[in-house]
Design a protein around this ligand. Structure first.
Ligand code: FE2
Ligand code: FE2
Length: 360
């Protein structure tokens, strides 16, 4: 019997927040861009637009059938989880997945804001064109995840570290920092999370949303590389060091945030599932000691190690000085590009998914 989940059981989401931020604005009367590859990326962005409204929104989602099947869930592998009652397992699975989907939604709103900011701030005209396509892509992603979260009717607020990471990015007055924060770090995180969700779920509507969003995200990550790498290479060493410091600070927010999983939203997941947080923490520790949480299931990606760090290294954004900071913080500086290169959009359909699976 499916657990009945009431919308009111989740924490209240604040309706709005406004703050003043410094914003770089660049006019450019030289309408020729300086990075030839951007023409290609912009053209493919236009050619690969899709309409979220045309996805199969009438798909029935069976509440007794978890969106992430137990064999794909790390939580479900924990001995602690297996001792819970079927109703607790069902509620926990539904709410922990819903909490993640709410982060996809809120993160996409952050991407919408940052893409618009890059459109303002970047001086290169072709980069403005491209950032404008990313802005409509992100609006579509917000639309799709909002509609999906409403369909499953369980809403969670944004986790504090993700909000802090995006606010830190938006509060800079430097388009390079906005691109590092968004196109390299947050979208590296997103591309890994979407890849993992795509591999984990058999729910057809979510699979089609995630597939289409990933195709866009792979272009966004490419934008970070194609445009930013030559810009950084041409910079004065002091300016490059300033960006390297920003990249380290941003990654540190992410790493420290992920080390604190018991934030208010997750505590609410436990509360509605009737799980004591201390018991859950002990269950996590037990699973970690058994090595259960160490290895990702096959095909899943570690966003920080496989995508973000190689992207930062490749763009010259890890300097000898900042490499020491990463090492002192216990964050491995992985320079292996193999996963990143397989996923990013070097040619529109040559990302980790193949074109036949596209749902449009
Ligand atoms: Fe997005
Ligand atoms: Fe994106």
């Amino acid at each position: 019997m499916a657990a009945v989940v009431k919308e009111s059981s989740a924490p209240t989401v604040p309706k709005s927040e406004t703050y003043e931020a410094l914003m770089q604005v660049a006019w450019n009367f030289d309408y020729e861009g300086e990075v030839a590859k951007l023409d290609d990326l912009y053209n493919r962005a236009k050619e690969n637009q899709w309409n979220a409204a045309e996805l199969a929104w009438d798909t029935h989602i069976d509440p007794s059938n978890p969106i992430i099947a137990p064999e794909h869930s790390q939580y479900a592998q924990m001995p602690f989880f297996q001792k819970l009652s079927p109703s607790q397992q069902e509620t926990f699975s539904a709410h922990s997945t819903a909490q993640m989907l709410s982060q996809f939604l809120h993160g996409e709103q952050g991407a919408l804001l940052t893409a618009a900011t890059v459109t303002h701030g970047v001086p290169d005209m072709k980069a403005k064109y491209y950032a404008a396509t990313q802005t409509i892509d992100e609006a579509r992603h917000v639309e799709a995840y909002d509609r999906y979260v409403n369909k499953i009717a369980i809403h969670y607020p944004m986790v504090p570290w993700l909000k802090l990471l995006i606010d830190t990015t938006l509060r800079t007055n430097n388009f390079c920092k906005v691109m590092i924060g968004m196109n390299m770090i947050i979208e590296g995180l997103a591309l890994g999370a979407f890849n993992n969700m795509y591999k984990q779920t058999e729910e057809p509507l979510l699979k089609s949303i995630t597939f289409n969003v990933m195709r866009d995200e792979s272009r966004h990550v490419s934008f970070g590389h194609v445009f930013l790498a030559p810009t950084v290479a041409a910079m004065h060493a002091d300016d490059r060091e300033d960006l390297a410091q920003f990249a380290f600070d941003a990654v540190k927010i992410l790493v420290e945030g992920q080390q604190q999983p018991m934030e208010a939203g997750f505590l609410k997941v436990l509360e509605v599932s009737g799980i004591d947080p201390q018991d859950f923490a002990a269950g996590l520790k037990e699973a970690a000691e058994m090595g259960i949480m160490r290895d990702l299931p096959p095909g899943q990606i570690h966003s920080l190690n496989d995508l973000m760090m190689p992207a930062l290294v490749r763009a010259g954004l890890v300097t000898p000085r900042s490499k020491e900071l990463f090492e002192a913080a216990g964050i491995p500086v992985n320079a292996d590009l193999s996963v990143l290169e397989a996923m990013e959009d070097t040619k529109s359909d040559a990302n980790v998914l193949n074109a036949e699976q596209a749902a449009y």
